[in-house]
Design a protein around this ligand. Structure first.
Ligand code: NDP
Length: 278
């Protein structure tokens, strides 16, 4: 007689969220690990998020991912935050405890894992240029320093947000802040990371032609067509190593899965499937 396994309940919250690859990734991880789960995408506007999350829990929800524009609000709804979530002020992973939600942020560890384990990139000792100072940029800074990055320069269209990031995350390591158009005479960077949403919004990311980049690695947190403008720019200035954010997406999901199920799934097959579909 076959045993019926009780299914556990997970979700990704966002607005919009219909495009999210997370349900596919988590179902594939679960299948491979013989774990029974439901994982659905739940679209919810910010004003209704707290109520919807409470209902999700009341209906048996045990864990959730959170995406735009709800990550900061999710942090405020948590009883407890991981160091990465506290430092970044943004939560992408909710784990239900007896008395409330614990919030974590697995974006940074996912990015670092992808660069190190999947792309063979050494971040330790590198000087890194981070373009953008939004939620994703804040989420990855603690993990970059945990990985041994020597120095970070954050450049943002609105310089005040870069300055606030450098101030708020100063305990992680040395961070300089500037506006995008101030990226002159800033020296050589080993790694350039685009954490802006410019291309996703159909806008051009204006980078100074003088930005010294040759020989570096360029990484865009976006994937698909949204990663192309920055990675094409990187190719045009002679950056040989280029990577999009699909590996980060799969690795941050694996870190969420680990927190919910106590086991870290293998990621290579799922990443290969997603690349083949792209
Ligand atoms: P936010 O909205 O929080 O921040 C957007 C950032 O992009 C800000 O720094 C903003 O600058 C900048 N920006 C927007 N438009 C332009 C423009 N035209 N020129 C220059 N800068 C611009 O978004 P997130 O930080 O959450 O997300 C950023 C990107 O990272 C998204 O594309 C997202 O899809 C991707 N991402 C990928 C993940 C993955 O797993 N691969 C995980 C998380 C995010 P300003 O402050 O001036 O407005």
């Amino acid at each position: 007689m076959s045993r019926v396994r009780a299914s556990s309940s997970f979700a990704v919250f966002g607005q919009p969220v219909g495009h999210s690859l997370s349900p596919y990734i988590h179902r594939r991880f679960a299948e491979a690990g013989g774990i029974a789960l439901d994982y659905v995408a739940l679209e919810v506007e910010p004003a209704r998020f707290a109520t919807r999350l409470a209902r999700f829990h009341a209906e048996g929800g045990q864990g959730a991912n959170v995406t735009l524009p709800l990550k900061e609000q999710a942090a405020r709804l948590c009883l407890e935050l991981s160091p990465a979530a506290r430092l970044s002020g943004a939560v992408n992973t909710l784990v239900r405890r007896a008395d409330g939600w614990r919030g974590d942020n697995t974006d940074g560890i996912g990015l670092c894992r992808d660069l190190r384990a999947n792309a063979g990139v050494t971040l330790a000792g590198q000087r890194v240029l981070l373009l953008g100072a939004g939620g994703a940029a804040r989420g990855i800074v603690p993990a970059l320093f945990d990985e041994g990055v020597a120095e970070l320069v954050v450049a943002n269209r609105s310089p005040e947000r870069a300055i606030a990031l450098a101030h708020d995350l100063a305990e992680c390591g040395p961070i300089d802040a500037c506006a995008l158009e101030q990226l002159h005479d800033v020296g050589h960077f080993g790694v350039l990371i685009n954490a802006t949403s410019a291309a996703r919004q159909g806008e051009a990311l204006a980078l100074p032609a003088s930005l010294p980049a040759s020989g570096a690695l360029a990484c865009d947190l976006s994937y698909g067509v949204a990663a192309r403008p920055f990675l094409d720019w990187a190719a045009s200035v002679g950056i040989a190593r280029r990577r999009d954010g699909l590996g980060m997406l799969v690795e941050q999901a694996a870190e969420s899965f680990l927190r919910w199920h106590g086991v870290r799934p293998a990621t290579a097959a799922v990443l290969m499937e997603l690349r083949a579909r792209a």
